[in-house]
Design a protein around this ligand. Structure first.
Ligand code: ZN
Length: 179
């Protein structure tokens, strides 16, 4: 499981929180040995702002790191908006996936958005192949979602009122690996 700070849904919000309330990112225990004394351990940097360039870009984005006093291992806390294993933040993926679910082709999307067709297709394939597991886990948290039994109906319903990143936070909390 990754450490993800929920409800930090934009990069600006993340930068603001790091400056004003950095303690929010500090985990209450080591993710390896459960020791409760944790030190701050600097930052590492990511480049998740893929939409703004030059002076408008928010990159590089600092991600706070921590070290456990007992086992000495280090770990970091991501804000909800950053996908652990993808270049693009969740809201970009949400936008593309929503359009795909609505019937827009990856080819058409790649013509209006600075993303390759293969990237969009890969994301959509991921959404469909992980559906059974994601559906099961999310329905265990929110039983009323069981009404939406297909990948398309489920995710359209979710994305009409909620963020994709919020689903990923819930999945991560249940030890499901999210990209
Ligand atoms: Zn530890």
């Amino acid at each position: 499981m990754r450490l993800i700070l929920s409800e930090i849904v934009t990069l600006s919000q993340h930068l603001n929180a790091l400056e004003n309330t950095p303690e929010l990112y500090r985990p209450c225990a080591c993710i390896h040995c459960h020791e409760t004394v944790i030190w701050r351990y600097g930052y590492y940097y990511r480049k998740p702002d893929r939409l703004n360039h030059g002076e408008d870009s928010l990159n590089d984005i600092p991600i706070p790191r921590f070290q456990c006093v007992a086992c000495r291992r280090t770990f970091s806390t991501l804000p909800e908006c950053i996908a652990p294993r993808r270049w693009y933040p969740w809201f970009v993926q949400q936008w593309c996936l929503y359009c795909c679910l609505k019937g827009c082709s990856a080819r058409r999307l790649s013509q209006v958005f600075p993303l390759s067709r293969s990237t969009i297709s890969r994301w959509f394939l991921w959404l469909t192949t992980t559906f059974t597991e994601h559906h099961r886990v999310l329905c265990s948290k929110i039983p009323s979602l069981g009404y939406y039994a297909t990948c398309r109906s489920f995710w359209l319903h979710w994305l009409d009122s909620k963020l994709l990143s919020h689903a990923m936070v819930l999945l991560n909390q249940q030890a499901v690996i999210v990209p």
